[in-house]
Design a protein around this ligand. Structure first.
Ligand SMILES: *Cc1c(COP(=O)(O)O)cnc(C)c1O
Length: 478
C-alpha cells in the first residue's frame, strides 16, 4: 500500500473523526424500531465490525467521499439489519434446474411440515420398540418399507450417498482390492471422487478397461485373491457417447457368482420410477438393479427419489448387517428429522397413482410443457398487472434440466417469462440478477442477452405472489 499524500491525509483524519463510538452506535440502534429488539451483544458485535471495516476503508483510501455522522449511522443501521437476517433462507428457484444442489436439491411435500415439527418438538419411539418396551433400531422405521418398494432383503440408511459408498467400501473391502471400470471413475462435484473415497475407505482401486469401453474379460483378468468386490458406478452426471461399451449388471453379477465375489452398484440418484415415459433417457430403477442380483446398491435420498438428504443402502441381509455393525455407522448415522421425512416420502411411493403428484421433484419432472405454458400465461397476466411500470414481461419457451447430476445433457421442454427492465429504470440485467439475490425472498434466475429468464417449471403456484413481490422489490429499488 502506498502512503497517502498529505492532501488525502486531511481527508482521512476528517473521516476518522466522523466515526461514532460504539456507545453512540448502540444508542442509535436501540432507538430504532427495527433494530431495538436485537440483543445488545449482537448490536455491539455488529457495531465493532462495521466501524472497523469503515476505518479500514477510510485508511486505505477506498472510501474517499465525504462522510457525515447521519450517513454513517444510516449505513450502520442497514448493515445491522442485513447481518441479523437468518443465514439459511428460502429462495425462489427460477433456474429451471429441478434438483439444484446449491438450492437444497429436492423439496419435501408440503404436507410433511406438520410431521417434521411433531417429530422435532416431541419425544418419539426413535430407538424404542413400543411392543416390547426394549431398545429398538432407528433403521426399523424405514427398512421394511425400503424392502417392500425395492424387493431387497435388507436396507440401511446413513447421512448421504457419499457416506453410504464410504461405509460400504470400508466394510467390504478395507485392505483388499475393488475392481472398477475406468469409464466409471466419476467425480460428483463438491470433491466426491470415486478413487478418493476408495482411498479413504482403505480399499485399493483396481481400474480396468478403457475410458470408453470395458469388457467382461477385463474384469476377469483383474480378479485375484486380493479382490474383495466388483463395483459398478452409475455415470449419473455425464455421458460418454460414440464407440462405447460397459459390462452390464447381469454380466457382472454372473462374473461375481463364478468367483464368489459380491457386486455393488453406486446408483447415484436412485430412482424408483421409470422416467423414460416422460421422454427422458432410461435410468436404471432401484428395483431393476436389485432384481438383477446386485448384492448391494447405494443411492441418494434427495435426488430423483425426491426425499430428504440421505444415503440408502439396499441389498443382501448378511452384507447390510455387516455394514450396520461397522463403528463408522455411528458417525454417519441419520438424524430423526431426516428419518421422519424419509419414511413419509417412501410411503408416498406405495400408491403409484399419487406418487407423481405428491412428490415435488417428480411432479416438476413430469409436468407437460403445455401445462407449464398455461401456468406461465396466467402468471404473465398477474405479473404484468403488477409490474408494467417497471419492466417488460414476455412469454418464452425454455429448456429445464433435471439437475443433481441426474440425466445429464437432457433438456425438458419448458416455458417461462423473460423480464427486461424498462430503460427508464436504467438497470442492467446483471444488476437486476444481483438485486434479486438480495431481496427479502431471493430469486435465482438465468441471465442471458441482457434479459432475465424465469423458468416456471420450478416455480409453484404458491410461490407466484412472492415472485411478483420479489421482482417489485428488486426493480423498484432506487
Ligand atoms: C450424487 C452421487 C453421489 C453422492 O451422493 P450424495 O447424496 O450427494 O452424497 C455418489 N455417487 C453417485 C454416482 C452420485 O450421482
Amino acid at each position: 500500500m502506498s502512503s497517502p499524500s498529505p492532501a488525502s491525509q486531511a481527508v482521512i483524519s476528517a473521516g476518522l473523526r466522523t466515526l461514532p463510538s460504539v456507545q453512540h452506535c448502540l444508542a442509535h440502534l436501540e432507538s430504532r424500531p427495527d433494530t431495538e429488539a436485537i440483543p445488545t451483544r449482537r448490536l455491539t458485535h455488529c457495531s465493532r465490525l462495521f466501524l472497523s471495516e469503515l476505518r479500514e476503508a477510510i485508511l486505505s483510501g477506498e472510501r474517499r467521499h465525504e462522510i457525515t455522522r447521519p450517513l454513517v449511522l444510516a449505513e450502520l443501521h442497514r448493515f445491522v439489519q442485513e447481518y441479523h437476517r437468518p443465514s439459511l433462507r428460502r429462495v425462489i428457484n427460477a433456474t429451471g434446474i429441478i434438483i439444484h444442489t446449491n438450492l437444497g436439491r429436492s423439496l419435501l411435500p408440503p404436507e410433511l411440515g406438520d410431521l417434521l415439527s411433531t417429530t422435532a418438538c416431541n419425544y418419539s419411539n426413535l430407538e424404542l420398540n413400543l411392543k416390547t418396551g426394549k431398545r429398538g433400531s432407528r433403521y426399523s422405521h424405514v427398512e421394511a418399507l425400503l424392502c417392500e418398494l425395492t424387493g431387497a432383503e435388507a436396507a440401511l440408511v446413513v447421512n448421504n450417498n457419499a457416506a453410504a459408498v464410504l461405509i460400504a467400501l470400508e466394510t467390504l473391502a478395507k485392505g483388499k482390492e475393488v475392481i472398477v471400470s475406468r469409464g466409471q471413475l466419476v467425480e460428483i462435484g463438491g470433491s466426491f471422487r470415486i478413487p478418493d473415497v476408495m482411498t479413504r475407505s482403505g480399499a485399493h482401486l483396481v481400474e480396468v478397461g478403457a475410458t470408453n469401453r470395458t469388457h467382461p474379460a477385463d474384469y476377469q483378468a483383474a480378479i485375484s485373491d486380493e479382490t474383495a468386490l466388483l463395483l459398478k458406478v452409475h455415470c449419473s452426471n455425464f455421458r460418454i457417447i460414440g464407440f462405447t461399451g460397459e459390462v452390464s449388471l447381469p454380466e457382472l453379477v454372473n462374473l461375481g457368482r463364478e468367483h464368489g465375489l459380491p457386486i455393488m452398484e453406486d446408483l447415484g440418484s436412485g430412482c424408483f420410477i421409470d422416467l423414460s415415459r416422460f421422454g427422458l433417457m432410461k435410468e436404471p430403477t432401484v428395483q431393476e438393479t436389485v432384481a438383477a442380483g446386485v448384492d448391494l446398491a447405494t443411492f441418494s435420498g434427495d435426488k430423483l427419489l425426491g426425499g430428504p438428504q440421505a444415503g440408502i443402502l439396499v441389498g443382501r441381509r448378511e452384507i447390510i448387517r455387516r455394514i450396520q455393525k461397522n463403528p463408522l455407522n455411528r458417525a454417519l448415522r441419520i438424524d430423526k428429522l431426516t428419518l421422519a421425512a424419509l419414511e413419509a416420502t417412501l410411503r408416498l411411493y406405495l400408491d403409484e397413482e399419487q406418487t407423481l403428484a405428491a412428490i415435488p421433484t417428480l411432479r416438476m419432472i413430469s409436468e407437460e410443457a403445455d401445462s407449464v405454458k398455461k401456468r406461465s400465461e396466467r402468471f404473465l397476466e398477474t405479473a404484468t398487472a403488477a409490474l408494467a411500470d417497471l419492466c417488460t414481461l414476455e412469454l418464452c419457451s425454455m429448456a429445464s434440466q433435471v439437475g443433481g447430476g441426474a440425466l445429464p445433457a437432457q433438456d425438458l421442454a419448458s416455458w417461462g417469462i423473460v423480464c427486461k427492465p424498462h430503460s427508464t429504470q436504467s438497470l442492467a440485467a446483471h444488476q437486476l440478477e444481483r438485486r434479486l439475490r438480495e431481496v427479502t425472498v431471493p430469486v435465482l434466475a438465468r441471465m442471458e442477452h441482457e434479459s432475465l429468464y424465469l423458468d416456471m417449471r420450478t416455480i409453484s403456484r404458491e410461490e407466484e405472489n412472492l415472485l411478483v413481490r420479489s421482482l417489485q422489490e428488486a426493480l423498484a429499488q432506487p
